[in-house]
Design a protein around this ligand. Sequence first.
Ligand code: MLT
Length: 320
Amino acid sequence: MRSPMIAAVLVASLASAAAQDYPTRPINIIVPAAAGGPTDTIARITAQAMSKHLGQQITIENAGGGGGTIGTGRVVRAEPDGYTLLIYHVGLSTAATLYRKLPYDTRAAFAAIGLVTDAPMTIVGRPDLEPNTLRELIAYLKAQPKTTFGNAGIGSAAHLCQMLFLSQVQAPVTPIPYRGTGPVMNDLIGKQIDMSCDQATNTTGPISGKQIKGYAVTTKARLRSLPDLPTADEAGLKGFELAVWHGVFAPQGTPAVIVQKLSAALQAALKDPDLVKRFNDINTEPMPEDRATPQAAQRMLTSEIDRWAPIIKASGEYAD
Ligand code: MLT
């Protein structure tokens, strides 16, 4: 009887010793979207700054597809030892409603670490698309139902924006799903598709370089480095607002001491001048300290499930 007890105590003390020494080897962050896209960009900048404060290498692994549920599922099933993490966004919450056969309970699947940023979105078109303003674009869509709209799969931020935009303008498009909006941007610049709605962190460069057309930004305020791009509200879509929160998450069961170390490293990273500059250069801001906490990230994850569920149910658009 005594040896299993001793074994259990031994394992527990070894685990807590390991947690105390964390991190002792490289950490892998899974990004459930294609390389080169907005979430990948945010993840790489954040990982670089966190690595400095943890004193340990952090690698990024892209696992796009399924509106982000493929990569997310990998983290949910990973060992809760702090060496496999996730950086993703609002898509975590919407998947809970859109994917009725999701193999995990989103509300309970993660040990939240903290929020990273809230990226504005932009409505954009290929460089030679006829309309020059948002009003002209809406009229064009009503006249051209076969207009193609690139998104990153059902539940992606680009898809959520598409869903909200179309429900407000009452015009049809032909959705074209990709594994991320990195490839969407390439095809928009390459005139293979007509339009999209993507995070300013991915469109700021192509818009200012006139490689694509910018029609509007989906936040109350205009973007720092694109002052001529009107807000959707100014451009005629009254009250149209959408930003994409991103956060860091670990598998449920990750020891509290490791969660605290990661959250402290994230908070330090978000104050890092290099990160702040790189975020600002792509028109987003680091989250303030009180939102870069495990509690704030878990609250956002669950409250956003409740916010999007009625919108998704009303759209009747499910992924399975
Ligand atoms: C990406 O990084 O590709 C995006 O976050 C995809 C999306 O959700 O729109």
